[in-house]
Design a protein around this ligand. Structure first.
Ligand code: NAG
Ligand code: NAG
Ligand code: NAG
Ligand code: NAG
Ligand code: NAG
Ligand code: NAG
Ligand code: NAG
Ligand code: NAG
Ligand code: NAG
Ligand code: NAG
Ligand code: NAG
Ligand code: NAG
Length: 565
């Protein structure tokens, strides 16, 4: 696919030039078309072969290869019994929320037997992103990579790799995931934890009875490789390392970084990390491994997924050795790793950090316990932002905004928590109810205003780290810390020069993270914890970014085939 497209791209301008002579014409953007058939298939994994929901019968799903500037058409046809919607995670979808994908936020789902063509331009972005189902927990098996090549003639700002590989880290249940979730909801408790972690859909030989389910990557001595690493797990932040090989981080979330070398990376659900490795060790077989990070007293699936890096020519019988991964609870590693992340901030790829702030938001993250009439114990675990547990609407919020439908949502989401308290003091386990309104409460943001949002973890029920994802934008992570955010002292330590730019950021356990962005993309943009467990419990909200006055500053009209509710 990728090679065919490159050939195609090269030939068109040549023919064009031959016909019109010496005029200097820019390379025309290409249109890339994909067909995604949502199908329930038996994909043999681990110790069973229960059918799973897939795209085109593949697990992981197909890779989308595009070049910066291309238009992409992806016709999603749903042959499964579940409603479906697909999110192109990290694509900014300028004025084009219709193609963003989160069910009931920007579209109604594609129902069984229906099709919807996601139609978008890839503008001003290059690097690794990914796509995944954005409804129920279906992204457990419905996900794949998006590779955006830089514009023709624009090299990477780092040594050109000889080869590239995608590594998708995942989380696997030995059951129908929707059934597992249903069980959990009935109890009002977390669903059963996953059975394994995977690398490119395979758990590797450390998992019992899976010897034949190991991903293997062949390398040649002396060559340089670009690894595009994606954390597609539902609920687990992961460490990843390769025995005998250090990694040089060069990009996160499709934004170039200042390169730094590390023995392990930390990657939260939703995030992507590009690293360079040199195959310069003794030719042998080496394990690549992924295992969770968890520094709160919460039991999780702590199993290690492995894959093999194998030098060309060495026999398959060599026993690989494991890399040294940080301990499960190594917060010191995660803090120092995150502190190394810096935007490249070059002339060609500047970090346009908003220096002046028009709108200051402070959102607390909490867990709670609300009454639940359908739950076995009469209560259910919930999660909240500023004590608000998000209630899912029955129609798309973007439609409601665009067509001015009344009564679907309100725009009174508070800029600050209702009652300030000692957010990260001793755990609070009493008075744990949250506020649940009948309609979603959103926050309205003026077009092109600059926003600073401080996400503050709290001690409500427990403290835990939360990877937050914002749709429609990248943001700059200007500051982070442990304990309570201090609006007088902490901003003086912000990095406003070269902070990391991303679409998903971890809020540390019992700490805070400050992000900034310019609201120049009108629409309704979802923001949520990328732990599916917490999203389901209501740890989410959305921004209504108003239209601007200019001709190109309002939401585009909806496509004709936008699914109805
Ligand atoms: C999938 O495998 C199960 C047995 O594990 C079998 O009963 C079922 O018919 C298979 N389904 C398909 C679509 O092949
Ligand atoms: C999408 O695919 C379906 C199934 O192949 C087809 O019926 C439909 O016409 C396609 N839609 C578009 C816009 O091509
Ligand atoms: C994509 O770009 C083309 C060419 O500029 C434009 O006609 C089209 O409206 C754009 N589509 C979207 C969804 O922005
Ligand atoms: C990786 O980097 C560490 C720290 O700089 C160094 O001690 C180690 O030797 C390196 N390992 C390899 C395989 O290059
Ligand atoms: C991993 O989890 C299992 C079961 O939950 C537990 O028995 C074991 O001690 C854990 N291992 C580590 C290293 O935390
Ligand atoms: C991590 O867990 C181990 C036990 O598994 C414990 O001994 C150690 O103190 C913990 N470290 C931190 C930083 O909490
Ligand atoms: C729910 O009820 C069962 C018994 O009916 C009890 O064992 C369990 O601890 C309860 N769980 C919670 C979270 O209250
Ligand atoms: C918050 O709680 C922590 C831990 O109990 C305590 O050390 C700290 O002094 C408290 N802060 C305030 C402002 O009360
Ligand atoms: C959250 O809202 C509920 C319901 O209004 C209230 O009982 C509770 O005290 C609030 N909690 C906090 C931390 O504000
Ligand atoms: C947004 O505001 C900035 C700073 O005032 C300005 O430079 C830029 O042109 C504005 N963008 C739009 C699309 O209005
Ligand atoms: C609006 O966008 C169109 C097509 O993308 C472009 O031709 C036109 O110059 C833009 N207008 C303004 C005022 O930016
Ligand atoms: C599928 O989506 C439609 C439209 O929103 C909705 O009416 C229906 O209840 C959904 N089905 C399920 C099983 O969620």
């Amino acid at each position: 696919m990728g090679r065919g497209n490159r050939f195609h791209l090269a030939i068109i301008p040549l023919l064009f030039l031959a016909f019109i002579g010496f005029m200097s014409t820019p390379v025309k953007a290409a249109v890339k078309s994909y067909q995604f058939n949502i199908q329930v298939k038996n994909v043999s994994r681990l110790c069973h072969s229960k059918p799973i929901v897939t795209v085109n019968g593949l697990f992981p799903g197909p890779t989308i290869y595009v070049r910066e500037g291309d238009r992409v058409l992806i016709n999603v046809t749903n042959h499964a019994q579940y409603n479906m919607s697909i999110h192109w995670h990290g694509l900014k979808q300028f004025r084009n929320g219709w193609a963003d994908g989160p069910a009931y936020i920007t579209q109604c789902p594609v129902q069984t037997g229906q099709s919807y063509t996601y139609d978008f331009n890839v503008t001003g972005q290059r690097g690794t992103l990914w796509w995944h189902a954005h409804i129920f927990w279906l992204r457990a098996t419905v996900y794949g990579a998006i590779v955006i090549m830089p514009k023709q003639g624009t090299p990477y700002p780092f040594p050109q790799p000889d080869f590239e590989f995608n590594l998708l880290l995942g989380e696997w249940w030995n059951n129908d995931v929707e059934e597992v979730v249903k069980q959990g909801n009935k109890l009002g408790l977390p669903p059963k934890m996953s059975d394994a972690h995977t690398i490119n859909g395979k758990p590797g030989p450390l998992f019992p009875c899976s010897e034949k389910h190991t991903y293997s990557m062949e390398v040649e001595k002396g060559k340089t490789y670009l690894l595009r690493i994606i954390n597609a797990a539902l609920n687990d932040e992961l460490f990843f390392a390769i025995a005998g090989h250090n990694m040089t981080v060069v990009e996160i979330d499709a934004v170039y970084t200042k390169p730094f070398t590390t023995e392990a990376i930390l990657i939260a659900p939703g995030q992507t990390t590009n690293v360079l490795i040199r195959a310069n060790n003794m030719p042998s077989r080496y394990f690549m491994a992924a295992r969770p990070f968890m520094d709160a007293p919460i039991s999780i699936d702590n199993k290690t997924a492995t894959a093999i890096l194998q030098y060309k020519g060495v026999p398959n019988t060599l026993l690989p050795r494991l890399p040294k991964l940080p301990a499960l609870n190594d917060s010191a590693f995660t803090l120092s790793y995150n502190a190394k992340l810096r935007s490249l901030n070059s002339l060609q790829f500047p970090a346009n950090v908003p220096l002046k702030v028009d709108r200051r938001l402070f959102y607390t993250i909490g867990l709670g316990m609300d009454p639940c009439s359908t739950c076995q114990n009469g209560t259910q675990l919930v999660a909240s932002l500023n004590n608000i547990t998000f209630v899912m609407p029955k129609t798309g919020l973007l439609q409601a905004h665009y067509f001015n439908l009344k009564g679907v949502f309100t725009t009174d989401f508070p800029d600050r928590p209702p009652t300030p308290f000692n957010y990260t003091g001793a755990p609070l386990t009493a008075n744990l109810q949250t506020s649940q309104s009948t309609r979603p409460r959103l926050s309205k943001i003026a077009f092109n205003s600059t926003v600073e949002l401080v996400l503050q973890d709290t001690n409500l029920l427990s403290v835990e780290s939360h990877p937050f994802h914002l749709h429609g934008y990248n943001f700059f992570v200007v500051g982070t810390g442990i304990g309570n955010f201090d609006p007088k002292k902490d901003p003086s330590n912000y990095n406003l020069i070269d902070p990391p730019e991303s679409n998903t950021v971890g809020v540390p356990t019992g700490g805070w993270t400050a992000i900034r962005f310019r609201a120049d993309n009108p629409g309704v943009w979802f923001m949520h914890c990328h732990l599916e467990l917490h999203t389901g419990w209501g740890l989410k909200t959305a921004f209504v970014v108003e239209d601007g006055p200019g001709p190109n500053q309002s939401i585009l009209p909806p496509p004709k085939d936008l699914p109805p509710c």
